[in-house]
Design a protein around this ligand. Sequence first.
Ligand code: SF4
Length: 471
Amino acid sequence: MEMQLDKKEKYLFIETFGCQMNDNDSEKIIGLMSSLNCKTTDSPDKADIVILNTCSIRGKAEQKVYSALGRFKKLKKQRPDLIIGVGGCVAQQEGNRLLKRAPHLDVVFGTHNIHRLPDLIKEVESTRSRVAATDFFSFIEDEELFEYTYAKNGLENPIYMVKVSITIMRGCNNFCSYCIVPYVRGREMSRKSSDILQEAKKLIKAEVKEITLLGQNVNSYGNNGADISFPELLRLVCRLDGIERVRFITSHPKDMSEELIQLFGEEERLCRHIHLPLQSGSDTILKIMNRGYTREDYLNKILKLKMLYPGMAITTDIIVGFPGETESDFLDTMNLIKEIEFDNIFSFKYSPRQETMAASFDSQISDTVKEERLAILQETQMDITHSKNQEMLGKTVDVLIEGKSKTADGGAAILNNAKRNNAVNAITQLTGRTSCNKVVNLSASEEFMGRIAPVRIIKASPNSLTGSIWK
Ligand code: SF4
């Protein structure tokens, strides 16, 4: 990949929408843009380049992108040299249409074109043309991208902190009838295990304590171009010298193997939490969603995890108001939620997405019914989550302290900043997570940032826990 360094320092403002895959892609964008001598800024007014890294999983997420683009229109008018780019899923889906819809937009780069961004920006700078790049590529470019990002950053960039995600595969072959991912992220592709391990070692050397292996369906890792299976990869990462915690996301219930379930009992560094999207508790709805499992299949896997690993946290995703969802289907979901008692649920109203099968289904549910069902579900789950959090009261748990909490001075300051400032003795509001991925806030000396510490839980609210260092 040939890129020329630009001598003049520039500023990049990046806004990220959507999931962890997008957060991870934004980190790569920041790393890559350093090749153009570009530093990040929190202020769009100071930026030479504005990038929106977008999500199209739900209509609301897509609308947010258009309103964000609208906000930057005035800025572009004031400063015509400002370069505005849109990447991610909306960019992939809309391509040239985005350029037509937003005349102040300069660059559109799809989900497989992140590695091309510096060249696209240079093209805009030198020709003042407007460009859209939405081809699908193989993972080869991505490998270069990772190498390039780390080499240029030297891992000095403050985005690399206590915990980092590593993309191990991307795309999806499942075609759930409501989901746009296979269309905007392409088919499944797995990275080579040797590259992933090399990346993990570099991060551990840079004092990263927790690694999350990331993919649209991590259980499919190895089915498409990798040399080993997902459980084998996970075991290798857990056994790397110096790593403290390993997580993974997202698992598909139909692909979660016995070998993976057993791994939680074998690998101490593997966090005791699994996110396993259920989507619906009704067999009828699961079938038309094309999920590939039944309510019973799902429940059996959960019961096994609960039996083998008491106290393990289980979280899920639920969609309410899928086309054709009757009151009885919704009750099936509610009953299953009450039976399983998830630690937390990410719940959404069904949102029809262009190109997907479900968007053309008859019997779409009214927004009023969706709202009602969502409210019932969320209220029930809040009680379950709260009572689960209350069970933690008085217990001492290991917490990986990630940094200052958002309420502490300076917002979500992070370990590297604290180190640079040598401000490690002041007592402040810190935040971290248990192995079960529960958020714990505490007042403690900044020297605890980046460490796993025993914390006694003294308060439990529905969304988080409060604790104090237990010596
Ligand atoms: S498994 Fe289904 S919901 Fe998940 S990314 Fe693939 S198509 Fe979308």
